[in-house]
Design a protein around this ligand. Sequence first.
Ligand SMILES: Cc1cc2nc3c(=O)[nH]c(=O)nc-3n(C[C@H](O)[C@H](O)[C@H](O)COP(=O)(O)OP(=O)(O)OC[C@H]3O[C@@H](n4cnc5c(N)ncnc54)[C@H](O)[C@@H]3O)c2cc1C
Length: 375
Amino acid sequence: MDFDLPDDTLAIRDLVREFSRKKIEPVATKMDREDHFPIEVFREMGKLGLLGLTISQEYGGAGMDYLTEGIALEEISYYSGSFGLSYGAHNNLVVDNIHRNATREQRERYLPGLVKGEKIGSLCLTEPGAGSDALGGMKTAYEQKGAHYEINGSKTFITNAPVADVFLVYARNGKSYSAFILEREDGVETPRKIPKMGMRGSPTGEVVFRNIKVGRDRVLKGEGQAKSIIYQGLNAERAVLAFGPLGIARRALDEAINYSDQRVQFGRRIGEFELIQEKLAYMFTRLEAARLLAYKAAALVGNKLSDPSYAAASIMLASETATQIAKEAIQIFGGYGYTEDYPLGRYLRDAILYEIGAGTTEIRKIVIAKALLKK
Ligand SMILES: Cc1cc2nc3c(=O)[nH]c(=O)nc-3n(C[C@H](O)[C@H](O)[C@H](O)COP(=O)(O)OP(=O)(O)OC[C@H]3O[C@@H](n4cnc5c(N)ncnc54)[C@H](O)[C@@H]3O)c2cc1C
């Protein structure tokens, strides 16, 4: 078994790391305090080719695999969890999804703008009454009326919605579920940005569709195909998004190590106390274990493994690990960790989201257990 990453993956990791350190780190606190989304930095990533890592080169992408995209997300999230969330939603939930499922015409129409960062994407599945039961509870409806489809309904908790140009929307007609590519110009409304406890700066919003009329050319993969798009998409989404909490956790651990090395109590650096050393040892071990599973899940999903248990296990372990590590980092900082003078609270608030988004921890457990029992 070879644990070395390929050279082109390492080159992208280094590019993203450098970009994030220079461009995202300086705005990370402002994003959190003012719930500010630095759209110009996002667009700059597009100019550097970082918004289409898994997209084939004919549409302006880099033609890389999910592991590389995950590693990019870890680097971004090291500097800002919320920037990472917006990046993951755009890149994976929307751009990669369209690339995987769209017709050539749809790819040519949407991918170049999304890859360059001229357009921003959001994926609209969740509704006020349809969270974990996303399909069963779905009320957003489509109806065929002559040559076009009419869409009515609303979505909530949609990452990037307040700034998005392209909306990948799931709707139903009785028992038939379809996915549509909508544009803001079609009349899509985003009436409210939702204030949050964490992931501030990543704009989350409500989306409303009132008699939106579009042609057949906006249906993704064909009418009635949404279930397969959702299940396959969730697998890729979970495998890639698992790297977000890894980035947050790595940052919290680095901060905790530095602080343990500097803070002096009882005449000694606190890192000399064995109870602090135990915390650091556990934090490191959990992070490395979570990363190994994330690498494996990303590689398996990239090889088209349909078993959903690895991706679900990967994001479950990574998100729980990030929450634990961020909390332990606060403990190591003592009172200072609890203040706004240090960003430790942000790491914890951001990490918690990953136990909820892309299917909650409870739903992930159900997915894993079902797959195991089927075997
Ligand atoms: C910041 C943020 C960004 C998001 N981004 C997006 C996005 O871009 N696009 C999108 O479509 N959605 C997005 N979501 C929505 C997210 O996917 C949902 O919040 C999530 O799926 C849970 O749905 P819910 O909030 O309605 O919780 P509910 O489904 O109401 O769950 C409430 C609680 O009940 C538990 N529960 C539910 N069913 C079961 C069960 N069968 N067994 C045991 N426990 C159960 C849950 O685990 C949870 O603890 C985002 C959410 C947030 C907070």
